[in-house]
Design a protein around this ligand. Structure first.
Ligand code: AKB
Length: 315
């Protein structure tokens, strides 16, 4: 059966690309986009859109009933850097929205949920290299605490109420279509914009801050793949580790210099350095590969070439 999808947070960095990908896969009329405010032209014109506050349970429930929704992708969240500034708001948005959707599935109003987690669930005591699926998890950021709590609730709703919720721990995501907002890994997008606009970039992380990253195309493919996988192949019901590449600001700079030889970088680490220092350097995603066939396609060189040529064509 073709799913009838509601995307909550459809105008954000992941949501906007996911909406278009799902519309081209299932048909425009099958995918309802929603967000607290309107999005870009392509998203608004390619299918139905609803103004929806992810913390408003009644509004989500009536949207689900109105459109006879089967699957919800809950993409609304406050990311790591912003969440440190607004802990209460971050907790309220990240947790309440999840409960609203989990409860709709528990009450059989929807059939399937996608909910994104993050490498932020790991903390300073987690092994940093090739971080395993199951390991020490003591996140020290508001965002990380909310994502870890969310993961535990997803597993709880699956085990106790049979809720079919599926989740991925996204690494830092790199994209050119929609800007990210309030993340610690956002430097890896800003750097391309500044390289083209002014030939230089002041980085808010130190040059050797190695973090797991992924191109948006890969992240969208992973999201669709986990949702299309047969129910019994999804054996991790908290959230799956997911990996593609890892690099630091110095390495991304080198690949940019292959296209813009006199690009220069300077370093002025701010409060986001403290966040990045608690996160893994690389991720072991064996479970995703074995359970639902995950395989990334983009490496740092192909990401850089694609980012620069697409951003260049926009100006
Ligand atoms: C962030 O930097 O907060 C996000 C994430 C790693 O979840 N990109």
């Amino acid at each position: 059966m073709t799913p009838k999808i509601l995307i909550i947070g459809a105008c954000g960095q992941i949501g906007s690309e996911l909406t278009l990908a799902l519309r081209s896969l299932y048909g425009n009329e099958q995918v309802i986009a929603s967000d607290i405010r309107a999005g870009n032209e392509e998203l608004m014109q390619s299918g139905s859109f609803e103004i929806l506050d992810a913390t408003d349970k009644t509004a989500i429930a009536s949207c689900v009933r109105k459109h006879k929704i089967t699957d919800v992708y809950l993409m609304a969240a406050m990311l790591s850097a912003t969440a440190e500034k607004y802990p209460d708001k971050a907790w309220s948005l990240n947790m309440n929205s999840l409960f609203h959707v989990l409860d709709l599935a528990k009450d059989k109003e929807i059939q399937k949920i996608f909910w994104p987690s993050s490498i932020a669930v790991f903390g300073p005591t987690t092994p940093k290299q090739n971080t395993p699926q199951r390991t020490i998890m003591e996140p020290s950021t508001v965002y990380g605490i909310s994502k870890l709590a969310g993961e535990r609730w997803c597993e709880y709703y699956y085990k106790n109420y049979g809720v079919d919720v599926r989740s991925i721990r996204y690494p830092g995501l790199i994209s050119w279509k929609t800007s990210p907002g309030g993340g610690t890994t956002d430097y890896a997008i800003e750097i391309y914009h500044k390289a083209l606009q002014q030939g230089s970039y002041e980085c808010f992380l130190n040059k050797d801050t190695r973090l797991p990253m992924m191109y948006m195309e890969d992240a969208i493919r992973a999201t669709i793949a986990i949702m299309q996988a047969a129910e019994d192949t999804i054996r991790v019901r908290s959230s799956y580790n997911l990996a593609a590449i890892s690099f630091d600001p110095e390495e991304i700079t080198e690949t940019i210099r292959e296209h813009i030889p006199d690009f220069s970088i300077s370093y002025a680490p701010d409060f986001r350095q403290k966040i990045a220092d608690t996160w893994p350097h690389s991720i072991d995603d064996t479970n995703s590969r074995e359970d639902w066939g995950w395989q990334p396609q983009y490496d740092l060189k192909t990401i850089t070439a694609d980012m620069l040529s697409n951003l260049e064509s926009l100006v």
